[in-house]
Design a protein. Sequence first.
Length: 89
Amino acid sequence: MQENSVHDFDAQDIPEQRLWRAVIASTVQEWVNGPLTKKRAAEQFLFQDENDFKTVCYSAGIDPENLRGRLKKIRARQCKGSVETASRN
């Protein structure tokens, strides 16, 4: 039953939503693995932008507050891991 509901959700996706999801995915990828300038720009967009971030998320069919909350958890884990690594050296 769960498999059908996931499949139905995918069937309801519209091309524009997939495009905006790809934009979000690309931005997250730059934040995680990009060069420093792209990391900084992605970080600003993902965590501080109040207008465009919400517009992009809504266009992608994603709740912006939910996404931002999840990204903040990831960032907190990354920061914690960096501090632990630095304290070992």
